[in-house]
Design a protein around this ligand. Structure first.
Ligand SMILES: C[S@@+](CC[C@H](N)C(=O)[O-])C[C@H]1O[C@@H](n2cnc3c(N)ncnc32)[C@H](O)[C@@H]1O
Length: 446
Protein backbone atom coordinates (compact mmCIF):
# COMPACT_ATOMS: atom_id res chain seq x y z
CA UNK A 1 0.00 0.00 0.00
CA UNK A 2 1.83 3.14 -1.20
CA UNK A 3 0.90 6.48 -2.70
CA UNK A 4 2.84 7.81 -5.64
CA UNK A 5 3.67 11.32 -4.45
CA UNK A 6 6.55 11.91 -6.84
CA UNK A 7 6.39 15.07 -8.95
CA UNK A 8 5.13 14.83 -12.52
CA UNK A 9 8.06 14.32 -14.87
CA UNK A 10 8.14 17.11 -17.41
CA UNK A 11 11.14 16.94 -19.68
CA UNK A 12 11.88 19.40 -22.46
CA UNK A 13 11.09 22.46 -20.34
CA UNK A 14 13.00 25.66 -20.84
CA UNK A 15 13.98 28.36 -18.36
CA UNK A 16 12.41 30.20 -16.68
CA UNK A 17 10.75 27.26 -15.08
CA UNK A 18 6.94 27.39 -15.09
CA UNK A 19 6.28 26.23 -11.54
CA UNK A 20 2.54 25.96 -12.09
CA UNK A 21 3.16 22.92 -14.29
CA UNK A 22 4.23 20.99 -11.24
CA UNK A 23 0.95 20.11 -9.62
CA UNK A 24 -0.38 16.79 -8.57
CA UNK A 25 -3.80 15.92 -7.15
CA UNK A 26 -3.99 12.58 -5.37
CA UNK A 27 -7.48 11.35 -4.46
CA UNK A 28 -7.51 9.52 -1.14
CA UNK A 29 -9.90 8.54 1.63
CA UNK A 30 -10.04 10.23 5.02
CA UNK A 31 -11.65 8.93 8.21
CA UNK A 32 -13.45 11.27 10.57
CA UNK A 33 -12.64 11.06 14.28
CA UNK A 34 -13.41 13.19 17.26
CA UNK A 35 -10.37 15.16 18.49
CA UNK A 36 -10.29 13.20 21.76
CA UNK A 37 -9.99 9.88 19.95
CA UNK A 38 -7.59 10.74 17.18
CA UNK A 39 -4.36 10.44 19.17
CA UNK A 40 -4.84 6.81 20.15
CA UNK A 41 -6.56 5.77 16.92
CA UNK A 42 -3.85 6.82 14.48
CA UNK A 43 -1.34 4.46 16.08
CA UNK A 44 -3.70 1.58 16.69
CA UNK A 45 -2.80 -1.72 15.08
CA UNK A 46 -5.71 -2.18 12.64
CA UNK A 47 -5.10 1.09 10.74
CA UNK A 48 -1.56 2.16 11.62
CA UNK A 49 -0.20 0.98 8.26
CA UNK A 50 -3.00 2.58 6.26
CA UNK A 51 -2.28 6.13 7.41
CA UNK A 52 -0.35 8.33 4.96
CA UNK A 53 3.33 8.69 5.77
CA UNK A 54 4.59 11.25 3.30
CA UNK A 55 7.46 13.55 4.28
CA UNK A 56 6.43 17.10 5.20
CA UNK A 57 2.70 16.22 5.19
CA UNK A 58 0.53 15.87 8.27
CA UNK A 59 -1.63 12.77 8.52
CA UNK A 60 -4.22 14.45 10.77
CA UNK A 61 -5.88 17.69 9.68
CA UNK A 62 -8.96 19.64 10.78
CA UNK A 63 -12.10 18.51 8.97
CA UNK A 64 -12.84 21.34 6.49
CA UNK A 65 -16.59 20.68 6.82
CA UNK A 66 -16.44 20.90 10.65
CA UNK A 67 -13.34 22.97 11.54
CA UNK A 68 -14.18 23.19 15.24
CA UNK A 69 -15.16 19.56 15.51
CA UNK A 70 -13.86 16.36 13.97
CA UNK A 71 -10.38 15.66 12.66
CA UNK A 72 -9.60 13.87 9.43
CA UNK A 73 -7.15 10.99 9.47
CA UNK A 74 -5.69 10.75 5.94
CA UNK A 75 -5.41 7.25 4.54
CA UNK A 76 -3.19 5.83 1.81
CA UNK A 77 -6.04 4.53 -0.31
CA UNK A 78 -8.60 6.06 -2.59
CA UNK A 79 -11.40 3.59 -1.98
CA UNK A 80 -12.60 1.56 0.95
CA UNK A 81 -12.17 -1.78 -0.79
CA UNK A 82 -8.41 -1.21 -0.92
CA UNK A 83 -8.26 -1.25 2.88
CA UNK A 84 -7.46 -4.52 4.67
CA UNK A 85 -10.65 -6.13 6.11
CA UNK A 86 -9.48 -5.53 9.69
CA UNK A 87 -9.03 -1.81 9.00
CA UNK A 88 -12.45 -1.65 7.33
CA UNK A 89 -14.11 -3.21 10.40
CA UNK A 90 -12.22 -0.91 12.76
CA UNK A 91 -13.19 2.23 10.85
CA UNK A 92 -16.84 1.14 10.67
CA UNK A 93 -17.11 0.85 14.44
CA UNK A 94 -14.70 3.57 15.63
CA UNK A 95 -14.79 6.41 13.08
CA UNK A 96 -17.50 8.96 12.33
CA UNK A 97 -17.43 7.94 8.68
CA UNK A 98 -15.20 7.98 5.62
CA UNK A 99 -14.99 10.91 3.20
CA UNK A 100 -13.12 11.47 -0.07
CA UNK A 101 -10.19 13.88 0.18
CA UNK A 102 -7.71 15.24 -2.36
CA UNK A 103 -4.04 15.76 -1.55
CA UNK A 104 -2.83 18.79 -3.54
CA UNK A 105 0.91 18.80 -4.09
CA UNK A 106 2.79 21.53 -5.93
CA UNK A 107 6.29 22.85 -6.74
CA UNK A 108 6.82 23.99 -3.16
CA UNK A 109 6.22 20.50 -1.80
CA UNK A 110 8.99 18.58 -3.52
CA UNK A 111 12.68 18.69 -2.62
CA UNK A 112 15.33 20.10 -4.96
CA UNK A 113 16.59 16.60 -5.75
CA UNK A 114 13.07 15.40 -6.63
CA UNK A 115 12.48 18.43 -8.82
CA UNK A 116 15.80 18.05 -10.64
CA UNK A 117 14.94 14.42 -11.36
CA UNK A 118 11.56 15.54 -12.66
CA UNK A 119 12.97 17.87 -15.31
CA UNK A 120 15.67 15.52 -16.58
CA UNK A 121 15.23 12.87 -19.26
CA UNK A 122 15.26 9.35 -17.90
CA UNK A 123 18.79 8.58 -19.12
CA UNK A 124 20.24 11.39 -16.97
CA UNK A 125 18.29 10.79 -13.78
CA UNK A 126 20.45 8.15 -12.16
CA UNK A 127 23.54 10.36 -11.93
CA UNK A 128 21.75 13.68 -11.63
CA UNK A 129 23.59 16.45 -9.77
CA UNK A 130 22.65 16.41 -6.12
CA UNK A 131 24.70 18.50 -3.70
CA UNK A 132 26.24 21.91 -4.13
CA UNK A 133 28.83 23.84 -2.15
CA UNK A 134 28.12 27.18 -0.50
CA UNK A 135 30.45 30.17 -0.34
CA UNK A 136 28.63 32.98 1.39
CA UNK A 137 25.28 33.33 -0.41
CA UNK A 138 26.56 31.61 -3.59
CA UNK A 139 25.71 27.97 -4.31
CA UNK A 140 28.20 26.50 -6.74
CA UNK A 141 27.97 23.32 -8.70
CA UNK A 142 30.16 21.62 -11.23
CA UNK A 143 27.86 20.33 -13.96
CA UNK A 144 28.99 17.57 -16.27
CA UNK A 145 28.62 18.31 -19.94
CA UNK A 146 25.50 16.21 -20.46
CA UNK A 147 23.63 18.29 -17.85
CA UNK A 148 24.48 21.66 -19.40
CA UNK A 149 21.25 21.90 -21.47
CA UNK A 150 19.36 21.88 -18.13
CA UNK A 151 21.74 24.18 -16.24
CA UNK A 152 19.38 27.14 -15.82
CA UNK A 153 16.49 24.95 -14.70
CA UNK A 154 18.76 23.19 -12.19
CA UNK A 155 20.02 26.57 -11.00
CA UNK A 156 16.53 27.89 -10.50
CA UNK A 157 15.45 24.82 -8.53
CA UNK A 158 18.48 25.14 -6.21
CA UNK A 159 17.73 28.83 -5.76
CA UNK A 160 14.03 28.29 -5.05
CA UNK A 161 14.56 25.44 -2.64
CA UNK A 162 17.30 26.88 -0.44
CA UNK A 163 16.54 30.01 1.52
CA UNK A 164 20.19 30.86 2.21
CA UNK A 165 21.06 30.81 -1.53
CA UNK A 166 20.87 34.10 -3.43
CA UNK A 167 23.05 33.22 -6.43
CA UNK A 168 23.70 29.93 -8.22
CA UNK A 169 26.76 29.46 -10.42
CA UNK A 170 28.29 26.67 -12.42
CA UNK A 171 32.04 26.44 -11.89
CA UNK A 172 33.68 26.09 -15.27
CA UNK A 173 36.62 23.78 -15.67
CA UNK A 174 39.01 26.61 -16.40
CA UNK A 175 40.85 28.15 -13.49
CA UNK A 176 42.84 31.38 -13.65
CA UNK A 177 46.32 29.96 -14.07
CA UNK A 178 48.08 32.59 -12.02
CA UNK A 179 45.68 33.61 -9.29
CA UNK A 180 43.85 30.27 -9.07
CA UNK A 181 40.27 31.53 -8.95
CA UNK A 182 37.52 29.71 -10.81
CA UNK A 183 35.76 30.98 -13.88
CA UNK A 184 32.03 30.62 -13.35
CA UNK A 185 28.73 31.26 -15.09
CA UNK A 186 25.54 32.52 -13.51
CA UNK A 187 22.73 29.96 -13.53
CA UNK A 188 20.12 31.71 -11.41
CA UNK A 189 19.63 34.55 -8.92
CA UNK A 190 21.48 37.82 -8.37
CA UNK A 191 24.68 38.46 -10.33
CA UNK A 192 26.31 39.44 -7.03
CA UNK A 193 29.60 37.71 -6.37
CA UNK A 194 30.86 39.59 -3.35
CA UNK A 195 30.23 37.20 -0.51
CA UNK A 196 30.48 37.24 3.22
CA UNK A 197 31.70 33.86 4.37
CA UNK A 198 32.42 32.63 7.89
CA UNK A 199 35.19 30.23 8.83
CA UNK A 200 36.87 29.59 12.19
CA UNK A 201 34.90 32.40 13.85
CA UNK A 202 36.28 34.88 11.32
CA UNK A 203 34.37 36.91 8.76
CA UNK A 204 35.69 36.90 5.20
CA UNK A 205 34.43 39.22 2.47
CA UNK A 206 35.61 38.73 -1.10
CA UNK A 207 34.62 38.69 -4.73
CA UNK A 208 34.35 35.00 -5.59
CA UNK A 209 34.98 35.73 -9.29
CA UNK A 210 38.29 37.47 -8.64
CA UNK A 211 40.07 35.69 -5.81
CA UNK A 212 40.80 32.17 -4.67
CA UNK A 213 38.64 30.58 -2.01
CA UNK A 214 38.06 26.93 -1.20
CA UNK A 215 35.84 26.02 1.74
CA UNK A 216 37.10 22.44 1.54
CA UNK A 217 40.42 23.66 2.94
CA UNK A 218 38.94 24.75 6.25
CA UNK A 219 40.37 21.79 8.19
CA UNK A 220 43.81 22.47 6.70
CA UNK A 221 43.54 26.12 7.71
CA UNK A 222 42.61 25.04 11.24
CA UNK A 223 45.32 22.38 11.39
CA UNK A 224 48.16 24.78 10.65
CA UNK A 225 46.82 27.59 12.80
CA UNK A 226 46.74 25.12 15.68
CA UNK A 227 50.44 24.45 15.15
CA UNK A 228 51.30 28.15 15.61
CA UNK A 229 52.01 29.49 19.09
CA UNK A 230 50.22 32.75 19.87
CA UNK A 231 53.48 34.68 20.15
CA UNK A 232 54.79 33.44 16.76
CA UNK A 233 55.31 35.57 13.67
CA UNK A 234 53.95 33.94 10.51
CA UNK A 235 54.92 34.73 6.93
CA UNK A 236 51.94 33.80 4.74
CA UNK A 237 53.52 33.81 1.28
CA UNK A 238 50.34 33.11 -0.75
CA UNK A 239 47.81 34.49 1.69
CA UNK A 240 44.73 34.87 -0.53
CA UNK A 241 42.03 36.71 1.40
CA UNK A 242 43.39 35.46 4.71
CA UNK A 243 42.10 32.03 5.83
CA UNK A 244 45.44 31.31 7.57
CA UNK A 245 46.32 34.93 8.34
CA UNK A 246 43.15 36.09 10.08
CA UNK A 247 42.58 33.16 12.49
CA UNK A 248 46.31 33.13 13.31
CA UNK A 249 46.19 36.87 14.05
CA UNK A 250 43.10 36.38 16.19
CA UNK A 251 45.03 33.80 18.16
CA UNK A 252 47.70 36.41 18.86
CA UNK A 253 50.23 35.70 16.09
CA UNK A 254 51.74 38.56 14.14
CA UNK A 255 51.45 37.94 10.39
CA UNK A 256 53.23 39.17 7.30
CA UNK A 257 50.63 38.37 4.68
CA UNK A 258 51.42 38.50 0.99
CA UNK A 259 49.60 37.82 -2.27
CA UNK A 260 50.38 38.84 -5.82
CA UNK A 261 46.72 39.26 -6.80
CA UNK A 262 45.77 42.89 -6.01
CA UNK A 263 42.14 41.80 -5.59
CA UNK A 264 43.23 39.30 -2.93
CA UNK A 265 45.17 41.91 -0.98
CA UNK A 266 42.27 44.36 -1.33
CA UNK A 267 39.89 41.93 0.35
CA UNK A 268 42.59 40.65 2.71
CA UNK A 269 43.00 44.22 3.99
CA UNK A 270 39.24 44.55 4.39
CA UNK A 271 39.09 41.25 6.29
CA UNK A 272 41.92 42.34 8.57
CA UNK A 273 39.96 45.47 9.39
CA UNK A 274 36.63 43.67 9.82
CA UNK A 275 38.18 41.11 12.15
CA UNK A 276 39.97 43.83 14.09
CA UNK A 277 43.51 42.46 13.72
CA UNK A 278 45.13 45.45 11.95
CA UNK A 279 47.71 45.86 14.72
CA UNK A 280 49.24 42.43 14.10
CA UNK A 281 49.06 42.00 10.31
CA UNK A 282 51.08 43.67 7.55
CA UNK A 283 49.99 43.14 3.97
CA UNK A 284 52.15 43.11 0.87
CA UNK A 285 51.37 42.49 -2.78
CA UNK A 286 54.46 41.07 -4.40
CA UNK A 287 55.69 37.94 -6.05
CA UNK A 288 56.18 35.13 -3.53
CA UNK A 289 59.85 34.79 -4.42
CA UNK A 290 60.61 38.48 -3.77
CA UNK A 291 58.55 38.32 -0.57
CA UNK A 292 60.52 35.33 0.77
CA UNK A 293 63.83 36.99 -0.06
CA UNK A 294 62.97 40.29 1.61
CA UNK A 295 60.75 39.44 4.52
CA UNK A 296 63.37 38.35 7.07
CA UNK A 297 65.35 41.58 6.96
CA UNK A 298 62.14 43.63 6.68
CA UNK A 299 60.93 42.16 9.98
CA UNK A 300 64.27 42.74 11.72
CA UNK A 301 64.24 46.37 10.59
CA UNK A 302 60.58 46.86 11.45
CA UNK A 303 59.50 44.33 14.10
CA UNK A 304 55.99 43.83 15.41
CA UNK A 305 55.30 45.12 18.91
CA UNK A 306 55.58 42.56 21.71
CA UNK A 307 52.98 39.83 22.03
CA UNK A 308 50.16 41.04 24.22
CA UNK A 309 47.83 38.06 24.39
CA UNK A 310 45.22 36.74 21.99
CA UNK A 311 42.94 39.17 20.21
CA UNK A 312 40.27 40.32 22.61
CA UNK A 313 36.60 40.25 21.76
CA UNK A 314 34.67 43.52 21.97
CA UNK A 315 33.29 42.35 25.32
CA UNK A 316 36.74 41.66 26.70
CA UNK A 317 37.94 45.05 25.46
CA UNK A 318 35.08 46.76 27.31
CA UNK A 319 35.92 44.85 30.49
CA UNK A 320 39.54 45.91 30.06
CA UNK A 321 38.48 49.56 29.76
CA UNK A 322 36.36 49.23 32.91
CA UNK A 323 39.25 47.58 34.73
CA UNK A 324 41.59 50.39 33.72
CA UNK A 325 39.07 52.94 34.93
CA UNK A 326 38.84 51.25 38.34
CA UNK A 327 42.65 51.02 38.42
CA UNK A 328 42.80 47.28 39.15
CA UNK A 329 46.35 46.22 38.18
CA UNK A 330 46.53 43.95 35.11
CA UNK A 331 47.10 40.25 35.69
CA UNK A 332 49.05 39.79 32.44
CA UNK A 333 52.81 39.90 32.97
CA UNK A 334 53.93 38.95 29.44
CA UNK A 335 57.54 40.03 28.77
CA UNK A 336 57.53 42.82 26.23
CA UNK A 337 60.03 41.93 23.53
CA UNK A 338 59.35 43.15 20.01
CA UNK A 339 58.66 40.30 17.61
CA UNK A 340 61.37 40.18 14.96
CA UNK A 341 61.70 36.47 14.16
CA UNK A 342 59.61 34.50 11.67
CA UNK A 343 58.62 31.13 13.14
CA UNK A 344 56.60 29.76 10.23
CA UNK A 345 56.35 30.27 6.48
CA UNK A 346 53.03 29.14 4.97
CA UNK A 347 53.09 28.40 1.25
CA UNK A 348 49.67 27.38 0.02
CA UNK A 349 50.01 27.46 -3.74
CA UNK A 350 50.01 23.69 -4.31
CA UNK A 351 50.37 23.90 -8.05
CA UNK A 352 53.80 25.54 -7.87
CA UNK A 353 54.87 26.40 -4.28
CA UNK A 354 57.79 23.95 -4.49
CA UNK A 355 59.14 26.02 -7.39
CA UNK A 356 59.52 28.96 -4.99
CA UNK A 357 61.64 27.07 -2.45
CA UNK A 358 64.94 28.07 -4.05
CA UNK A 359 64.15 31.61 -2.87
CA UNK A 360 65.13 30.46 0.65
CA UNK A 361 68.72 29.87 -0.46
CA UNK A 362 70.81 32.51 1.20
CA UNK A 363 67.95 34.51 2.76
CA UNK A 364 70.18 35.13 5.81
CA UNK A 365 73.42 35.60 3.92
CA UNK A 366 73.19 39.38 3.57
CA UNK A 367 72.25 39.89 7.24
CA UNK A 368 74.55 40.63 10.13
CA UNK A 369 75.64 37.13 11.18
CA UNK A 370 75.66 37.81 14.90
CA UNK A 371 72.26 39.47 14.81
CA UNK A 372 70.86 36.60 12.81
CA UNK A 373 72.33 34.00 15.17
CA UNK A 374 70.82 35.83 18.14
CA UNK A 375 67.38 36.03 16.60
CA UNK A 376 67.23 32.72 14.77
CA UNK A 377 68.30 30.35 17.55
CA UNK A 378 65.80 27.96 15.96
CA UNK A 379 65.20 28.12 12.24
CA UNK A 380 61.72 28.82 10.82
CA UNK A 381 59.41 26.00 9.78
CA UNK A 382 58.28 25.93 6.17
CA UNK A 383 54.82 24.53 5.42
CA UNK A 384 54.73 24.00 1.67
CA UNK A 385 51.59 22.70 -0.04
CA UNK A 386 51.91 20.67 -3.19
CA UNK A 387 50.19 18.22 -5.50
CA UNK A 388 51.42 14.78 -6.42
CA UNK A 389 50.17 12.22 -8.89
CA UNK A 390 51.66 9.46 -6.74
CA UNK A 391 48.67 8.06 -4.87
CA UNK A 392 50.49 5.40 -2.87
CA UNK A 393 51.74 7.24 0.30
CA UNK A 394 55.33 5.96 0.16
CA UNK A 395 55.66 6.95 -3.50
CA UNK A 396 54.09 10.32 -2.74
CA UNK A 397 56.66 10.85 0.00
CA UNK A 398 59.55 9.98 -2.30
CA UNK A 399 58.21 12.22 -5.08
CA UNK A 400 57.63 15.26 -2.84
CA UNK A 401 60.93 14.99 -0.93
CA UNK A 402 62.82 14.66 -4.21
CA UNK A 403 61.25 17.81 -5.67
CA UNK A 404 61.73 19.80 -2.45
CA UNK A 405 65.37 18.80 -2.02
CA UNK A 406 66.12 19.57 -5.65
CA UNK A 407 64.81 23.09 -5.19
CA UNK A 408 66.43 23.95 -1.88
CA UNK A 409 69.60 22.09 -2.80
CA UNK A 410 69.83 20.33 0.55
CA UNK A 411 68.35 17.23 2.26
CA UNK A 412 65.33 17.77 4.52
CA UNK A 413 65.14 14.08 5.43
CA UNK A 414 65.86 14.48 9.14
CA UNK A 415 63.31 17.06 10.05
CA UNK A 416 60.06 16.96 8.10
CA UNK A 417 56.49 15.75 8.24
CA UNK A 418 54.05 15.11 5.47
CA UNK A 419 50.32 15.60 5.77
CA UNK A 420 47.75 14.43 3.23
CA UNK A 421 45.39 17.41 2.88
CA UNK A 422 42.85 16.03 0.41
CA UNK A 423 42.35 14.15 -2.79
CA UNK A 424 41.64 16.67 -5.50
CA UNK A 425 41.07 14.22 -8.36
CA UNK A 426 41.13 10.44 -8.78
CA UNK A 427 44.90 10.49 -9.38
CA UNK A 428 45.94 13.74 -7.73
CA UNK A 429 46.47 14.34 -4.01
CA UNK A 430 47.27 17.55 -2.15
CA UNK A 431 49.90 17.35 0.59
CA UNK A 432 51.57 19.75 2.98
CA UNK A 433 55.23 19.12 3.67
CA UNK A 434 56.51 20.81 6.84
CA UNK A 435 60.23 21.06 7.44
CA UNK A 436 62.66 23.23 9.30
CA UNK A 437 64.67 25.50 7.02
CA UNK A 438 68.18 24.00 7.02
CA UNK A 439 70.75 26.64 8.23
CA UNK A 440 73.01 25.59 5.34
CA UNK A 441 70.30 26.75 2.95
CA UNK A 442 69.49 29.99 4.77
CA UNK A 443 73.14 31.02 5.01
CA UNK A 444 74.05 29.71 1.56
CA UNK A 445 76.26 32.12 -0.37
CA UNK A 446 75.73 31.66 -4.10
C1 LIG B 1 45.76 28.33 -3.61
S1 LIG B 1 45.58 30.02 -3.25
C2 LIG B 1 45.69 29.98 -1.48
C3 LIG B 1 45.12 31.19 -0.80
C4 LIG B 1 44.95 31.03 0.70
N1 LIG B 1 46.20 30.81 1.37
C5 LIG B 1 43.99 29.92 1.02
O1 LIG B 1 44.32 28.95 1.67
O2 LIG B 1 42.83 30.03 0.60
C6 LIG B 1 47.11 30.67 -3.77
C7 LIG B 1 47.23 32.17 -3.71
O3 LIG B 1 48.52 32.53 -4.23
C8 LIG B 1 48.40 33.72 -4.98
N2 LIG B 1 49.53 33.74 -5.92
C9 LIG B 1 49.63 33.11 -7.11
N3 LIG B 1 50.87 33.32 -7.64
C10 LIG B 1 51.55 34.06 -6.75
C11 LIG B 1 52.86 34.58 -6.71
N4 LIG B 1 53.72 34.36 -7.71
N5 LIG B 1 53.24 35.28 -5.65
C12 LIG B 1 52.39 35.51 -4.61
N6 LIG B 1 51.12 35.08 -4.60
C13 LIG B 1 50.70 34.34 -5.65
C14 LIG B 1 47.05 33.62 -5.63
O4 LIG B 1 46.55 34.90 -5.95
C15 LIG B 1 46.21 32.92 -4.54
O5 LIG B 1 45.54 33.85 -3.74
Amino acid sequence: MALDASPPTLTGLTAPLDKTLFRKSIPILAARFSPTKIGSVRKSEPIRRTVIDLPRLRSVIPDPSAPAGDRLLLLKVSSEVDLPPQAQDFLKTESNGLVPYTLELDYDYWTADEMIQAILPESLRERSPTGFAMTGHIAHINLKEEYLPYKHLIGQIILDKNLQVRTVVNKLDSIDTQFRFFKMELLAGDPDYVVEHHEADCRFTFDFTQVYWNSRLHTEHERLVQVFKPEDVIADVFAGVGPFTIPAAKKGCAVLANDLNPQSTKYLSLNIENNRVSDVVKVSCEDGRAFIRGVVSRLIADPFPAYSGPKKSKNQENQERRRQRSLVPPTDTTPSLPRNKISHFVMNLPDSAIQFLDAFRGIFSHLDNQECDDIYITMPMIHCHCFTREIEPENARIDIIKRVEEKIGHPVVDDFSLHLVRSVAPNKDMYCISFRLPPMVAFDVE
